[in-house]
Ligand binder design. Structure first.
Ligand code: ZN
Length: 150
């Protein structure tokens, strides 16, 4: 049995080393850039949305392990989801890392649940949330977001 803390570190390290969906989309329907000045995390997110479904998504940027792994797992999770489902996940993820989420109840967060550990690291909450705040901005048509606003 792996304890949650070990699982968390393992997942973060794996995704930081080999992020999924890292790169540029030739064309996109939605995009946004996010900045977390506290840590220096930057992310640029591009999506292709057709008939309200997220068909493809890629990100680029520089950031700490928590930021990059959060973006990596986010992009794998939202592919194939509707805009509405993705926005719902944004809210769930935010409450998860802020410690307002009851993970003992049934949930559909999958691998994202490891980020619950971030609630014990208040300085890292914005790192974890940045990709999600950027996703929300992209889907709502705002092109830039700073964690100062979230
Ligand atoms: Zn960071």
């Amino acid at each position: 049995m792996t304890n949650p803390q070990e699982l968390y570190q393992q997942v973060i390290l794996e995704h930081n080393k080999k992020p999924s969906n890292f790169g540029v989309l030739e064309s996109c329907t939605h995009h946004a850039d996010g900045l977390n000045p506290l840590c220096g995390d930057r992310i640029s997110l591009k999506l292709i949305v057709k008939d309200s479904i997220i068909e493809d998504v890629k990100f680029e940027g520089q950031g700490c392990a928590i930021d990059i792994s959060s973006a990596s797992i986010m992009t794998t999770t939202i592919k194939g989801k509707t805009i509405e489902e993705a926005l719902e996940l944004v809210e769930k993820f935010r409450s998860l890392v802020r410690g307002d989420f009851n993970s003992n109840l049934p949930h559909n967060l999958g691998k994202l649940i490891v980020f619950e550990n971030v609630k014990n690291l208040p300085a890292r909450v914005k790192c974890a949330v940045l990709p999600w705040a950027t996703l929300r901005s992209a889907l709502k048509g705002d092109v830039s977001v700073s964690t100062e606003d979230i």
